[in-house]
Design a protein around this ligand. Sequence first.
Ligand code: SME
Length: 159
Amino acid sequence: MFTIDKQDAPRHQRYALLLETLPAFLETDVPQVTLLANVSALLNVYLDTINWVGFYMLDAGRLTLGPFQGQPACTTIAIGHGVCGTAAQRLETVIVNDVDRFPGHIACDANSRSEIVIPLIKNGVLLGVIDVDSPVLDRFSLDEVVLLEKVAGMLVDFL
Ligand code: SME
């Protein structure tokens, strides 16, 4: 059984716990959807002040909705479109402090105010992205870039 009260620990402690806990969920003998489902749930437990977290995976040249936690979301995103498609095109993490100021932002949950998208890259090849939305402006900083790029790096070995 897995339980944590995410209100208990300060943010930096929760982030350290996430990185400690993640390997237990990185299984080699399960389908990709199973792996991503648990990782999205884990991110949702350890990240505070978010309203959506999940994966868009590259499929037939476009990003397709994968496992996530939050409101139902748009199912496909073209490379170069929205925050997800921009991070996928640039092959780099994109932070949007205010989604209303990002031209082309794709609004899935009207509560989202800021967003971070981390590409999943394996051997130089794009596999998909991790997308996290927050109902708070300026939610994401270098702390989340470092954390989520580590998560992405650990995860792609299992994809
Ligand atoms: N806002 C994203 C779309 C996905 S949702 O946030 C879940 C974007 O602009 O790519």
